[in-house]
Write a protein that binds this ligand. Structure first.
Ligand SMILES: Nc1nc2c(ncn2[C@@H]2O[C@H](COP(=O)(O)OP(=O)(O)O)[C@@H](O)[C@H]2O)c(=O)[nH]1
Ligand SMILES: *[C@@H]1O[C@H](CO)[C@@H](O)[C@H](O)[C@H]1NC(C)=O
Ligand SMILES: *[C@@H]1O[C@H](CO)[C@@H](O)[C@H](O)[C@H]1NC(C)=O
Ligand SMILES: *[C@@H]1O[C@H](CO)[C@@H](O)[C@H](O)[C@H]1NC(C)=O
Ligand SMILES: *[C@@H]1O[C@H](CO)[C@@H](O)[C@H](O)[C@H]1NC(C)=O
Ligand SMILES: *[C@@H]1O[C@H](CO)[C@@H](O)[C@H](O)[C@H]1NC(C)=O
Ligand SMILES: [Mg+2]
Length: 538
């Protein structure tokens, strides 16, 4: 905390309870559109279930919960934010919306953050403030998030990490407003924006001093530090993940964030950040809850998502998402038959899709003729890839032969862009597909792909990881199970921290149970609900 300054209200955490703040909290809660009554949904779902039709029977068999009529009606009746329809409406399309009700502690922390964001950003000309009033002090500290050069998945994971850091340390998060983010995302905070203007002096953020210089100066005389948190970091930047650095950074008013990585797992290994964040997320699904606040699609994209949802996924008993992303090859959009075999083997061996048979065409035809009319037992499969052929081959495979369950299966693909670029258009397409995939009941994503982590996290789905990274061998396992719904931190840093070490026994204990080596990336770290002892990575 800065010396000789009054402590701003949001710094005092949850305990502060002056009359004024109670009143503001009450107002905020009243207008908080995410505050949905999740209790009433459970009661009437029983009635709906009595109208047992074939669909319900199939659902029960597949252990997939249908979206109940009452849950739908109740969600339709919540106040929707016309500026960002997805904010409340995405829950309409989820099987189990109650699961995504934020904890009271998170709601409170969020509301406090929103209040701070508004107070610190209201009517500001950011370009002017940054260029001419950077040294001026008030009760606000800022985090300027640069988009970085990665793919859209990387960008979104980095942004969510930056927001987690801002939330934990009371920093107003401001986002680069001249690249993809502005075209993809809603403004998360009512009555204030987090986008910086196009004429903002971004180059000054990029060029600003790094953590090394600030550490040398013991964080005195430092009005701005830019963190360079990429997969390879300088010694000084790794110090960001040390407890004592955060005491120093409290004195730095402007912090720049330049990264393409997901660092939430690593941030939670810093005791003071863990103390602030962990109580807000009792299920440990921190990315899921943050993404529902800060990774919401703008209305134009949401409209596109909803159109595709009803065109491709609505009404099917099981929604399957298959994300095919190659890494470590020269042509990331190539068709590799071994990869295709892995996809099919994974989907069939895990009972995502029924196996095929060669016999009995007659009974297959008769079965569709008999049941096809009144039932909708079909499975909808959404395939995303830069390469069309994965979808095409899968579709032809199932059209060409009867399957053992005599299930009608629909295959869809939204785009097949052929190659990767960093255009806004490609970013929008990728983001639309990530959101559509997030409504999957079963999700098969590509190992190591941040593109896949996003829908897995937004949807809160424990995915299957397709083992298709790098050179793929016919004899290798086609896929493996996710340990949790949370993204992998691919490159956690292991700095030698100076200063007082981690003496927090509770925190160490928590880490032993909740941080584990990623199943899809050796050396990566992932948050899990509970580490099973014999698999513990130590
Ligand atoms: N629309 C679309 N774009 C894709 C797909 N696969 C790759 N891309 C493009 O390639 C980029 C991949 O980068 P990223 O999202 O970071 O995923 P990662 O590299 O697998 O971690 C995406 O952002 C898109 O621009 C796909 O299935 N659909
Ligand atoms: C903000 O300030 C900058 C620099 O002082 C100025 O060039 C710009 O016109 C201002 N923008 C607005 C919208 O007033
Ligand atoms: C921003 O960068 C320009 C160009 O490098 C430099 O002249 C200017 O002093 C910088 N301004 C601030 C406030 O850092
Ligand atoms: C750095 O600052 C801290 C707290 O302000 C102080 O305790 C410490 O002695 C300083 N270290 C150096 C090397 O100046
Ligand atoms: C096929 O039917 C069996 C028996 O009803 C069921 O257990 C299985 O889950 C079904 N498989 C698929 C992929 O639907
Ligand atoms: C699979 O095949 C590759 C290439 O032939 C070989 O290098 C590898 O050891 C094999 N792996 C297993 C598990 O048999
Ligand atoms: Mg990438």
């Amino acid at each position: 905390m800065k010396e000789g300054k009054t402590v701003p209200f949001w710094r005092n955490g949850i305990v502060l309870m002056s009359i004024g703040t109670v009143m503001i909290f009450t107002c905020l809660l009243a207008m908080d559109m995410e505050t949905v009554d999740f209790a009433s949904a459970r009661i009437s779902s029983r009635k709906t279930a009595e109208r047992t039709d074939l669909r319900n029977a199939v659902n029960r068999e597949m252990k997939i919960k249908p979206v109940t009529r009452s849950a739908h009606d109740r969600l339709m009746n919540v106040k929707h934010d016309p500026e960002c329809l997805a904010r409340t409406q995405h829950l309409l399309y989820r099987r189990d919306p109650e699961r995504f009700a934020p904890s009271p502690a998170f709601t409170k922390a969020w509301n406090r953050y929103v209040m701070m964001h508004k107070a610190c950003s209201h009517n500001k000309n950011w370009t002017h403030v940054f260029l001419h009033e950077r040294g001026k002090t008030d009760d606000c500290n800022y985090l300027i998030v640069m988009e970085g050069n990665g793919g859209t998945g990387n960008k979104l994971l980095s942004l969510t990490s930056a927001f987690a850091y801002g939330l934990a340390t009371d920093r107003v998060v401001m986002v680069e407003g001249r690249n993809q983010f502005k075209y993809l995302l809603c403004d998360p905070f009512p009555e204030s924006s987090w986008f910086l203007p196009e004429d903002f002096p971004y180059q000054n953020v990029t060029d600003a001093e790094g953590l090394g210089v600030a550490i040398q100066r013991n964080f005195t005389d430092t009005s701005m530090v830019t963190l360079r948190l990429d997969h390879i970091q300088s010694w000084a930047d790794t110090q960001f993940f040390c407890e004592h650095t955060h005491f120093g950074l409290m004195n730095v008013r402007w912090v720049g964030w330049s990264s393409t990585q997901y660092f939430v797992t690593r941030l939670l290994m810093v005791p003071s950040i863990w103390e602030r964040l962990n109580p807000l997320f009792p299920s440990g699904e921190i990315f899921t809850f943050l993404s529902h606040k800060v990774l919401l699609p703008k209305n134009e994209l949401w409209a596109h998502i909803v159109r595709l949802y009803f065109g491709y996924l609505a009404g099917s008993s099981k929604r399957v998402g298959v994300q095919v992303r190659l890494h470590g090859r020269w042509n990331l959009a190539e068709y590799d038959p071994v990869v295709f075999d892995h996809i099919v083997d994974c989907l069939q061996s895990r009972d995502v899709l029924p196996k095929l048979t060669t016999v009995d065409d007659v009974s297959d035809v008769m079965s569709f003729a008999r049941n096809g009319w009144e039932s909708s037992t079909e499975i909808s499969v959404l395939v995303t890839s830069l390469q069309l052929k994965y979808y095409d081959e899968l579709k032809d495979l199932y059209a060409g032969k009867p399957n053992v369950n005599k299930t009608a299966i629909r295959f869809h693909m939204v785009s097949h862009l052929g190659s990767q670029d960093s255009s806004v258009h490609q970013g929008e397409t990728a983001f639309v597909e990530m959101w559509l995939l997030s409504f999957s009941d079963v999700l098969a994503i590509s190992a190591y792909s941040t593109f896949g982590y996003v829908p897995q996290g937004i949807g809160g789905v424990k995915a299957l990881y397709l083992n298709i990274k790098g050179e793929v061998f016919p004899n290798s396992t086609s896929c493996f199970d996710a340990y949790s719904t949370q993204p992998c931190t691919h490159n956690p840093q292991d700095p030698k921290c100076e200063g007082p070490g981690d003496a927090n026994e509770l925190h160490s204990e928590w880490m032993r149970h909740h941080v584990r080596e990623c199943v899809d990336h050796p050396g990566g770290l992932q948050l899990v609900n509970e580490v099973v002892e014999e698999h513990s990575s130590g």
